[in-house]
Design a protein around this ligand. Sequence first.
Ligand code: TYD
Length: 230
Amino acid sequence: MADAQTNAAPTTRRGTFVSLEGIDGCGKSTQVALLADRLEAAGHEVVRLREPGGTAISEKIRKILLDPANGAMADECELLLYEASRAQLVREVIAPALARGAVVVCDRYLDSTYAYQAGGRGLDAALVTRCNELGSCGVVPDRTLVLDLCCEDALARATAGGADRLEQEGMRFQERVRAAYLRLAKAEPERVRVVDAVGTVEDVAARVDAALRGVVATPLGRGDAGAAHE
Ligand code: TYD
């Protein structure tokens, strides 16, 4: 992925990068927090992040993106703002963390852009993939978990406390996003794993750990490749 034609982040990658994905309301943020706690308990330095956000600049971009008053935002503007937020996060936080050997746990990353801006909005998938290469500076997760839940249940959860600009898009939008995630998992089966998000928080946490086996050691699922990227 990182080659002379992209703006690859210049880093020796000793850490591990895990991202969690899914439609709004799939329970992802709860699982990110629990996973980060377990990894810390297992002795890792853990850097917890959420996208969009995670740096002062990226948090400002997040406010613009999620503001319900910005209903007039063009799809291309939205795409580029997500990428802008991401590039800052990679340069400022993710690449340095991976270089020093930390485990980075990110609540959404470049697959969200594929799922929402290509799948949901209908922007050209090849174009979005190219933009993702720029926004990620070529830094791709070692493993990505898609927490999968039917759209009715997820949307009910997501909008219980009021809907943000993206959540106002409704059911059909979420269905396109979900389908795009499932396509990604088929296209990249080694990196992208689907985790059933139905059940108790503990059930899903156990599935999360199982899906990380071989990538990073957690208390529930012993991994064996904790520092494998030179
Ligand atoms: P957030 O409140 O963080 O939602 P969640 O808890 O579901 O992650 O809002 C992030 C919203 O931004 C969410 O609706 C997904 C959307 N999004 C994109 O459309 N493209 C992207 O690249 C990213 C990172 C997020």
